[in-house]
Design a protein around this ligand. Structure first.
Ligand SMILES: C[S@@+](CC[C@H](N)C(=O)[O-])C[C@H]1O[C@@H](n2cnc3c(N)ncnc32)[C@H](O)[C@@H]1O
Length: 248
């Protein structure tokens, strides 16, 4: 007798209202100022250092950091697209995401922004700075097309590696093994630290496999810590995961 797979969990309107509806990974981005808060960054200390932003989307971290003398590189699977297509993607995903935010206000906390309007203005400014910089720098290697869990860089190529709003948020789309491989790859290309934010899903609950993930990374020589940050936009998104490749 063939074994029957268990039925998929029932998705009710009650379940959906407790999380964002994310059928695809959104091309949505934030400013350097917002990165500074959810990654607890000291931007002045990054001057002259090599920083990689993975799953950077239309965030303006790399554009703004480069202007401040930081050797910043951004990675995203969509970075081989022409400006017109990237601009259209921003328009579509921003409308979809901002609509959902306003439709599900209970999922958000206004600690970092006074209102949805303030958050929208800031994120649209991020996309606009990104699009200007992308147009000018796509040919110079600042924006690299790649997808986790495989990055086209040498071991330890960057002093600091950042990854925001991809791991854990899309845990229904990427399984546990993917998360292990993605974390190990982020750690491989860092000679210092990896910072990942948030450590919860869009329902605000801590990633349920976090302990197992940290244990698995530890067997690969990667130590980790969960650190509180002075930031909250998604309810419960108040911490980052720090990975440290152990020195050999
Ligand atoms: C929600 S955006 C986050 C943008 C930015 N990090 C921020 O926090 O503002 C997620 C990004 O992950 C990218 N992405 C999707 N799958 C990916 C993968 N396998 N590896 C790296 N990036 C991926 C998407 O194209 C999208 O731009």
């Amino acid at each position: 007798m063939p074994t029957l797979a268990p039925p998929p969990p029932t998705i009710t309107s009650r379940t959906l209202s407790r999380q964002l509806d994310l059928p695809t990974v959104s091309f949505f981005g934030r400013t350097l100022e917002e990165y500074t808060r959810f990654f607890a960054l000291d931007v002045a200390a990054l001057h002259g250092r090599a920083v990689l932003d993975v799953a950077a989307g239309p965030s303006s971290f790399t554009a703004e950091a480069s202007k401040r003398g930081i050797d910043a590189v951004a990675v995203d699977p969509l970075y081989d697209r022409p400006l017109s297509e990237i601009t259209a993607q921003v328009r579509q995903d921003y409308d979809r995401m901002l609509f959902q935010m306003r439709a599900k206000p209970r999922l958000f906390r206004f600690k970092s922004f006074a209102s949805f309007d303030a958050a929208e203005t800031d994120r649209r400014a991020a996309a606009s700075r990104f699009l200007t910089d992308y147009e000018g720098n796509i040919r110079h290697g600042r924006y690299v097309r790649a997808s986790l869990p495989l990055l086209p860089f040498l071991d330890g190529a960057f002093d600091l590696v950042l990854c925001a709003h991809l791991l854990f948020i899309y845990a229904a789309r990427f399984d546990f093994e993917w998360h292990v491989e993605a974390c190990a790859e982020l750690a491989r290309v860092s000679s210092g630290e990896v910072r990942i934010h948030p450590v919860c899903g869009s329902d605000g609950k801590l990633y349920p496999e976090l302990a197992r993930l940290r244990e698995e990374l530890s067997t690969r020589g990667i130590s980790s810590n969960v650190v509180k940050v002075d930031y909250e936009f998604f309810n419960g998104a108040t911490s980052m995961l720090i990975l440290n490749p152990e020195e050999t």
